[in-house]
Design a protein around this ligand. Structure first.
Ligand SMILES: [Zn+2]
Length: 245
C-alpha cells in the first residue's frame, strides 16, 4: 500500500523527511514507533531529537551518567529496529524541562540542521484523561518544539546567533502531535506493530519488568485506536495534525 493510503486524514501532504523531538528515550517508541517504521518502509528519511537522555529514570541506584549511557544505547538500538540511524542528543536535564528560550533555540538549531518537512512531537496540551502522557517534561518538549516550528526556526530574527553559526531559517510545513486532543490523523501501522513492540522491548532498563504484558497492551491500544477511528481490525497510531503553511 502506498504511504498516502496509510495516512487517514483530510490532508494530502506526504512527507519526505521527518524529525521527531521528544523529552525522553522511549517516548517515541510508545507514541510513534509504528508510524516511524511505516514512514521509513516507504522511503521517508527519519531523524530523532532527544531533549534529555533519561538520566533521571530507573533503576534509581545507578548514577545519572550511567543511566545516560544505558538509555542512549537502548534508544539507538530501538531506532535501528524502525529504520532510524541519525539521533541527536540535546542533553537537557531529565525531570527539569522548561519550555524556555534556551530550549526553543536548541530545537530551532536542530530543525535548521535537519531541515525536515514534517516534525512529530509531544502535545503541549495537558490531557487530564491521559495523565502519564502529560508528564511535565513532555509538555515542555512539545511546547518548545511547536514554538520552534512556528515561529523560531523560520524567522531569521528569532535567534540571530543561529545565523552567525551558519544555520539558515527553515519553515516546516506540517506538525503531528502525539497524544493530542482532537486527533485528525490516523496512521495505519498494522504492518509495523511487531517492530514497535520490539523497539519498546529494546528499552530494557525501563521495560524488562513488564515485558510479558507489554506486547498485549500495545496491540490493545493500537486496536482500540483503530476501532475509535473507524478502522476496526487494523492497528492505528493517531495524531493531531497541524498545517503551519
Ligand atoms: Zn517520557
Amino acid at each position: 500500500m502506498a504511504l498516502a493510503d496509510l495516512l487517514h486524514t483530510d490532508d494530502d501532504f506526504v512527507p519526505t523527511k521527518a524529525l521527531l523531538v521528544v523529552a525522553h528515550p522511549d517516548d517515541i517508541d510508545f507514541g510513534a514507533a509504528g508510524t516511524v517504521a511505516t514512514l521509513t518502509d516507504n522511503g521517508v528519511e527519519v531523524v530523532y531529537g532527544l531533549v534529555t537522555s533519561g538520566q533521571a529514570g530507573e533503576p534509581a541506584h545507578l548514577s545519572p551518567d550511567e543511566l545516560r549511557e544505558i538509555r542512549q544505547k537502548e534508544q539507538t538500538d530501538a531506532a535501528a529496529i524502525v529504520g532510524v540511524t541519525e539521533l541527536h542528543w540535546l542533553e537537557f536535564p531529565d525531570g527539569h524541562l522548561v519550555a524556555d528560550l534556551e530550549l526553543r533555540k536548541a530545537i530551532s538549531r536542530l530543525i535548521r540542521i535537519v531541515r525536515p518537512d514534517l516534525v512529530i512531537t509531544q502535545t503541549p496540551v495537558r490531557n487530564l484523561d491521559r495523565i502519564y502522557a502529560a508528564h511535565p517534561d513532555h509538555l515542555a518538549a512539545g511546547e518548545a518544539t511547536v514554538s520552534a516550528v512556528y515561529p523560531d526556526a523560520r524567522n531569521g530574527h528569532s535567534f540571530p546567533e543561529l545565523l552567525d553559526e551558519g544555520h539558515e531559517p527553515h519553515a516546516v510545513p506540517r506538525l503531528w502531535l502525539m497524544a493530542g486532543n482532537d486527533q485528525n490523523l490516523h496512521v495505519d501501522v498494522t504492518d509495523a506493530i511487531d517492530r514497535k513492540i520490539e523497539a519498546l522491548l529494546a528499552h530494557h532498563s525501563q521495560n524488562d519488568a513488564r515485558a510479558d504484558g507489554l506486547p498485549g497492551m500495545i496491540r490493545e491500544w493500537a486496536e482500540a485506536n483503530a476501532a475509535l477511528a473507524g478502522y476496526p481490525g487494523r492497528a492505528i497510531e493517531s495524531f493531531r495534525l497541524v498545517n503551519t503553511e
